[in-house]
Design a protein around this ligand. Structure first.
Ligand code: BGC
Length: 383
């Protein structure tokens, strides 16, 4: 069951008690809310899709950090964050034009993922006695909401007063991609004053339906200085993960990471143990948390640029995908960049894969009268 989240109170409590011990308190150093001054949003045409104009919105915060988002798929196209020398660099993958985003091979660059992020095994699930068959798009399973998920639709976009946020809305109709119920989704992207990109998701439905929303931004914190993320140091606040079968469907077990290649409880370079994981990292880690408060999920550090990114979320899990299927063949990339294998990674905060078929996993069913809520922050600083 989804409940409203005490995010503001968590942040306020943290500020009031000056909590700063990360190991004892996972909400430590949670980012502050921004004020409205010094923000700006600019717009430029990004072509059209199925006759609808596509606009790129660029949000700038008072310290000059920028994020650009298009209303096609609600995709993040650009994210400028400072390095150790205060030089801005683009830390996400993307394309030069809409044709890049709409190419068949686009591996969800920057997109908003739904109605159900990650996999639903066998492309079907049973809910309230009825079996729903979904279009399969990944080895007989449904990945990221199906062949035309939320990353491939046009969202309504609206600037929020104060210009620190962009609000996107989308109605996913009853039966769309096989899912029951009209689902009204709102996603608000905010740049905070302390250099975080905050993403707030809410959704309501008129029939019970599984919902699992996330962002598919791919990061390489070196901003072009290192062609892969293998030297990036990753920490995941997770003692356990969900092992998968050959087609990446969870077996239902929850396994301890301790001491093995999946163990990121202490920061380590991604490349250190990756050869021990068949196919590379593409798994769901179970976050060390109880309840659905905003807590630290991960951090990522690139020693070349000094950039450090922390991920906070209200979600119970995170999919770490190490860009295993990137192979340098995508067309129309920004600046003609070659996104090679492991050229960038995703940290997708979410519920567990295949939860609609796995009763022991945390519930993903949203019912009429309830509100789905999730908040995730990617906060940038340097070390
Ligand atoms: C999945 C990968 C998939 C990728 C698509 C990730 O979220 O876990 O298996 O290949 O998305 O780019």
């Amino acid at each position: 069951m989804y409940k409203s989240l005490p995010i503001l109170s968590v942040l306020t409590m943290c500020a009031l008690t000056a909590c700063n011990n990360e190991s004892n308190n996972p909400t430590a150093q949670a980012p502050a809310e921004q004020t409205a001054t010094g923000y700006k949003i600019t717009e430029q045409s990004f072509g059209s899709f199925e006759g609808q104009p596509i606009t790129e919105y660029t949000l700038t915060n008072p310290s000059g950090m920028q994020v650009s988002i298009i209303n096609y798929g609600g995709a993040v196209t650009k994210l400028l964050a400072p390095d150790r020398e205060k030089q801005m660099g683009d830390v996400v993958t993307g394309y030069a034009s809409i044709e890049g985003f709409t190419q068949k091979e686009n591996p969800y660059f920057g997109g908003l993922i739904g109605r159900y992020g990650n996999r639903i095994g066998g492309a079907r699930f049973t809910l309230e006695g009825k079996t729903y068959t979904l279009p399969a798009n990944d080895n007989g399973n449904t990945l990221h909401g199906g062949p035309k998920g939320f990353d491939k639709v046009v969202w309504n976009a609206e600037k929020v007063a104060g210009d620190s946020s962009l609000k996107l809305t989308y109605r996913s109709k009853d039966g769309e991609q096989g899912f029951p119920g009209n689902l009204d989704v709102t996603v608000v992207y905010t740049l905070t004053s302390d250099n975080a990109l905050k993403i707030d998701y809410t959704a309501t439905t008129d029939k019970a339906t599984p919902v699992n929303l996330t962002s598919h931004a791919y990061f390489n914190l070196s901003a072009g200085r290192d062609s892969t993320i293998l030297n990036h140091q990753l920490h995941l606040n997770a003692d356990r993960y969900t092992p998968v079968n050959d087609v990446l469907i969870p077996t239902g077990q929850i396994a301890a990471v301790k001491g093995g290649p999946m163990d990121f409880t202490t920061e380590k370079p991604i490349g250190r143990d990756i050869s021990q994981v068949k196919g590379g990292y593409d798994h769901n880690w179970v976050l060390n948390k109880e309840g659905n408060g905003l807590t630290k999920a991960a951090s990522l550090y690139d020693s070349v640029s000094g950039r450090y990114m922390e991920v906070y979320t209200t979600e119970p899990a995170i999919q770490f995908y190490s860009g295993n299927f990137l192979n340098g063949t995508l067309k129309d990339t920004k600046g003609g960049q070659n996104y090679v294998k492991h050229g960038a990674l995703c940290l997708e905060t979410q519920h567990y894969p295949d939860a609609p078929n796995q009763p022991s996993f945390p519930n993903t069913v949203l019912k009429p009268g309830e509100t789905y809520k999730q908040t995730t922050l990617y906060r940038f600083s340097v070390r």
